[in-house]
Structure formats: C-alpha cells, structure tokens
Design a binder for this molecule. Structure first.
Ligand code: 13P
Length: 248
C-alpha cells in the first residue's frame, strides 16, 4: 500500500514569535504540495501565532512536547488539551534531546504517547542510537527496546495513525547524515518490529520518518527508500531549503 509521505520541521528552540510568523510567510509558497503532508513542529510560545499564520495553507502545526496530565499544579508544563485547543495536530515525543537533557525515560514517554492519543493528537515518536551503540552493533536491539517500551498499551489502530521518526543521535545537527542504506535498514527494522508486536497490516500503515541532517541535497534519495515515509528536519526546516525538501 502507498503511504503518504510526511515531511515535518522540528524548529527546536529557535524562532521568536515574530521570527516564526516571518518564516511562515517566507515558506508559504515554497512548501505548497498536494502529495505530501507538511508539518511545522514549533516552540510552545510560537504555536498560537504559527497556527494563525498557516491558516488556509497545506501546513499543519505540531508541538515539540506535552505533559502527561491535563491540568493542575505543574508549573511550566503544557497539556494535551491546551495544544488541541490551540489548533495543534501533531506532537513530537521522545526526541533524543529530551531523553538526554531532560532525562525522559521510556516509561514516561509511554505515558506521553497515551496522553497524545487520548487528546486526539498524532504522536511523532522518536528513537535512535548513539554512535557508541552503532559501533557496538546494538543499534536495532536498542531501537526495538525503545519502540516496544514506548508503545506499551497502544493499540494497533492507534499505531496505524502515528508517526515514528528514526533519528540516529550521531546524525543530528552534525551534518553527518546516515547513509541511505543505514537509514533504510533501521526504518525497515522498525517496521518489522511493529509487525511483530502488532501485525503486518499495522506495519504497512505506520509512517516512519528519517531524521538527522536531512537537507535539500539528500532528501530525494532518502525519501525514495521503500521504508522511509518522509523526514523530521531540524536545521534545514528554518530556511527556504525546507521548500526543496518538501518538494524533493
Ligand atoms: P538536524 O536536521 O538539524 O540534524 O536535526 C534533526 C532533528 O533532530 C530533527 O528532530
């Protein structure tokens, strides 16, 4: 079956609200596409102005994080119902930067995935190995552990609707992209893991992105792989190049 490609920008901690609106205006015509889904995952403070700025376009808005409770005394956190009310459709969960700098573990991320689905948000669940793990030959073991733990209690029907992003940590922000073969091998492995946990139909439907130094020059080859259904793009999503990636 043909899976629709999904190209998402992860703006990370970049763009003030006014810069965000200006970037949306700059990219508006460049990211037009009937054939792929386009998502901007933006800092919390940019969500409201970006939702407004992309109104009437093909762009949907994602958050970069959410909290596991709906409301209450959790100073500084943002809940899934808040995101939904603001017009957010997607949410990145388990990015390696949150796993590393904010010590988010798989049990916590599993709760976030559940919360996202409960609220009607589409999770973009990230996984990926360190360079050390790759060199030790445990890449797929590690990623299978992440996927299996993060999806505990998630149904096949939910998995069919979600997005999984394979992001080798050593390729993030380094300009060192995984080779097409490396990226395809792991994305295929993730799909096999989903088939094992659920069934082939679920594995055939779930969309798996590659992320890590995706740029206008390497996107076409990466996205042409049978198990790579698009990209999660950091640095290159903040400039006009993102239009070239969308229209690879
Ligand atoms: P870069 O595209 O800047 O390497 O970032 C990738 C990433 O972490 C996207 O989530």
């Amino acid at each position: 079956m043909a899976r629709r490609k999904i190209i998402a920008g992860n703006w990370k901690m970049n763009m003030t609200p006014s810069q965000a609106v200006a970037l949306c205006a700059e990219l508006k015509d460049l990211v037009k596409s009937d054939s792929v889904d386009v998502v901007y995952c933006v800092p919390a403070i940019d969500i409201v102005p970006v939702v407004e700025a992309v109104k009437g376009t093909n762009v949907q808005v994602g958050a970069e994080n959410l909290y596991i409770e709906d409301k209450g005394a959790y100073t500084g956190e943002i809940s899934a119902p808040m995101l939904v009310d603001a017009g957010v459709k997607y949410v990145i969960i388990g990015h390696s930067e949150r796993r590393e700098y904010f010590k988010e573990d798989d049990a916590f991320l599993n709760k976030k995935v559940k919360k996202a689905f409960e609220a009607g948000l589409t999770p973009i669940l990230c996984c990926g190995e360190t360079l050390e793990q790759r060199e030790m030959g445990v890449t797929m073991d590690w990623i299978r552990l992440q996927i299996k733990s993060d999806l505990v209690g998630i149904t096949a029907d939910q998995v069919k609707k979600m997005v999984i992003a394979y992001e080798p940590i050593w390729a993030i922000g380094t300009g060192k992209t995984a080779t097409t073969e490396q990226a395809e091998e792991v994305c295929k492995g993730i799909r096999e893991c989903i088939a094992e946990i659920y069934d082939q139909a679920t594995a055939d439907e779930v969309r798996i992105q590659y992320g890590g130094s995706v740029n206008a020059g390497n996107a076409a080859e990466l996205f042409a792989q049978p198990d790579i259904d698009g990209g999660l793009v950091g640095g290159a999503s903040l400039k006009a190049d993102f239009g070239k990636i969308v229209n690879y």
